[in-house]
Design a protein around this ligand. Structure first.
Ligand code: URA
Length: 304
């Protein structure tokens, strides 16, 4: 049945039921089809600086953030903040937990207060990681390790899966196609990449970009945990199912984990789809945009 005919039938039905007036309702705008259209140019008014020197700093009076940090418009999104059970006990499976390195143990004992102390600790850890041979296949096939980059005292840490070919060549996370899309997501969310800290579950590229093996994730976990301890982010964003499941010790897919804040070692964790997934299924960009709106609202920034 075509729409006009269906509408005519519906009106007739309402009339028969005694309805004489229909109140006008405002139809909410659909989520933006792409994130790239919303990308404000870097450094322009409207971008937020999010680092440990203060809370999110609005750079323009036109910023869509009310003084109280509450939503300027729209109804509040009711989401839960709950704590997951700690990561699954890896010793209980066939996975063998490696002997922790003395440097990591030492770093985990320390508290880091300044950017310099954090940068220094991260450099020492990166140097150790660059010589790691725990995963024989990965250490034999990598060009270099991809430790992580960004602000050593970032309030927000992003965790992906593992380096791909571009990252393996450059030694930096998220510099290929997925990284370019991630940059757009970051900028669209009024964040700046240089304020964030970005790393992965693995520090070496799995051959053919296969998924990390559980043993590989376990071998690399000590370094991830040390990075989290040193940077001490308030927020962690897990990009994709591999990051979310590994960090949180969950078996749920990211589609089930998104839309809420979880908790890991004192940080509020939000999970969303991986940019590579968005390259394959662009329709999911709308959900990532919802996730970023939800996330930024917690920082006091209302994204339109
Ligand atoms: N995908 C990831 O998960 N991490 C990277 O660094 C690049 C692509």
């Amino acid at each position: 049945m075509n729409t006009k005919r269906a509408m005519a039938q519906l009106l007739k039905h309402l009339q028969n039921a005694g309805v004489t007036h229909i109140t006008a309702v405002e139809i909410p705008k659909p989520a933006p089809p792409t994130l790239s259209k919303r990308m404000p140019p870097a450094g322009r008014p409207g971008q937020q600086s999010v680092d440990r020197s203060g809370s999110v700093a609005a750079s323009s009076p036109a910023d869509p953030v009310s003084a109280s940090g509450k939503a300027a418009s729209g109804s509040p999104v009711a989401r839960s903040y709950r704590t997951l059970i700690p990561p699954a006990d890896l010793d209980a499976s066939s996975i063998k937990k490696p002997e922790p390195s003395s440097l990591t143990l030492q770093l985990l004992e320390e508290q880091f207060e300044t950017a310099e102390a954090r940068s220094d600790a991260l450099s020492r850890l990166a140097e150790l990681v660059s010589r790691c041979t725990r995963c024989s296949e990965l250490s034999a096939t990598r060009r270099q390790t991809v430790f992580g980059t960004g602000n050593s005292q970032a309030r927000i840490m992003l965790i992906g899966e593992a380096p791909g070919a571009d990252e393996d060549a450059r030694g930096e996370p998220f510099v290929g196609k997925a990284g370019q899309l991630l940059d757009k997501i970051i900028e669209s969310s009024q964040l700046r990449r240089e304020d964030l800290y970005i790393c992965n579950i693995l520090r070496c590229r799995p051959p053919g970009n296969r998924n990390p093996l559980p043993q590989e994730a376990c071998n690399c976990r000590e370094f991830l945990d040390a990075q989290i301890h040193i940077v001490k982010p308030e927020y962690i964003i897990c990009l994709g199912t591999v990051a979310a499941q590994n960090l949180l010790g969950s078996s749920q897919p990211v589609s089930k984990l998104r839309g809420q804040f979880l908790e890991y070692n004192g940080a509020k964790v939000m999970c969303t789809y991986h940019p590579s997934y968005l390259l394959r299924y662009p329709a999911a960009k709308a959900q990532v945009w919802e996730d970023m709106k939800f996330f930024m609202k917690d920082l006091g920034v209302i994204l339109k």
